[in-house]
Design a protein around this ligand. Sequence first.
Ligand code: ASP
Ligand code: MG
Length: 444
Amino acid sequence: MYTRLLPGGHSGPAARGIAKVPIDIEVADPVMARLVMKFGGTSVANVDRIRNVARHVKREADAGHDVAVVVSAMSGKTNELVGWCREAAPLHDAREYDAVVASGEQVTAGLLAIVLQEMGIQARSWMGWQVPILTDGAHGVARITGIDGSGIIRHFEERKEVAVVAGFQGMHEPTRRISTLGRGGSDTSAVALTAAIGADRCDIYTDVDGVYTTDPRIVPHARRLDRVSFEEMLELASLGAKVLQVRSVELAMTQKVRTFVRSSFDDPLDPKPGTLICDEEDILENNVITGIAYSKDEAQITLRRVADKPGVAAAIFVPMAEANINVDMIIQVVSDDTTTTDITFTVGSADFERAKAILESSRDKIGFATLEGATDVVKVSAIGIGMRSHAGVAARAFQALAEKGINIRAITTSEIKFSVLIDSAYTELAVRTLHSLYGLDKPQ
Ligand code: ASP
Ligand code: MG
């Protein structure tokens, strides 16, 4: 029984004849639910913390629920493993990279199973290939193609056993080799597993107690959101908020997996609900703007005096696409004499040097006078589904930023967000300004 992860939802609790868990988890769960609990690197950073994780798991198992736990590697472990691969050979075989970096999760899955057993809870570890969690062959950044949840379910039914699943890893079926899902991928493992075993919800335990209106390190008055829609969370994650891997949110959205972000540092016997990521219809209070995100991994490229004629944009951006370089904001200025123009665009800072080299090498073909680049830029974005029905939302931001003397280098907008590119020196001022402009500050 393989669950193919295709758009359109999964068999879900309703199909299994189990009452749907009420949206408010403060309301008692039904007598028996099926849960996926995911714990990130800081939550399993040492054996003591793993013991704390086990207490959270025990609470749910004692309540009679079927529990599958997905774990990350101990914090810092994956970086260390990646570092060793680079040290061994700067250019290395991606299949062997996966064999090395998947090991971090093997350790924590085994340790958590041991600690649970010691607490008297039936538990068994599962590596990706044992479940199996199947992926495509893109080693290092593999995508899950299917999960057979039947083995885990059988162990729930026959032994009331907690499944401890190594996150981040899977198996490429044709070659039977271990694969990994890209950095932060255990969030995606957890959401995919929730869909595959028809669990009622996916609880992502992390070192913060939910999703905030912005980074609390920048704005101490940032508020924790009770709920955020899938669409908004997808934008927040893509635009710089680091709580969840972007793919996990995409998957939660298409599979309609109700996902909570909550803290593993809460008292295991008295945990708080955290933030629920859910359908728009399940959100009652609607702010125009829900959150402010920022991303420092941006670089700006400006080509001056480019010929203003058909085909020039293609000459610039097709080679970028061919080199797998994501271009985000694009502005074209029409010059006075209308024979040349300036084109400005942004790329991820990791692609900056490569993008410049490609442009320089096709300089004659594109025909530009100079190339200017900047990496001391930041993209600040405001996200909210309320933007669909309100006019002038972005205009207010432009005015507020102008009043603070912040120059905007580029702007993009879409249905539920807008972004501005500014000098990175103004990051904090801009984030704070927008956060209070849209009424997101916590009442003091
Ligand atoms: N350990 C992996 C990483 O650091 C996967 C994860 O933690 O989600 O990227
Ligand atoms: Mg993570």
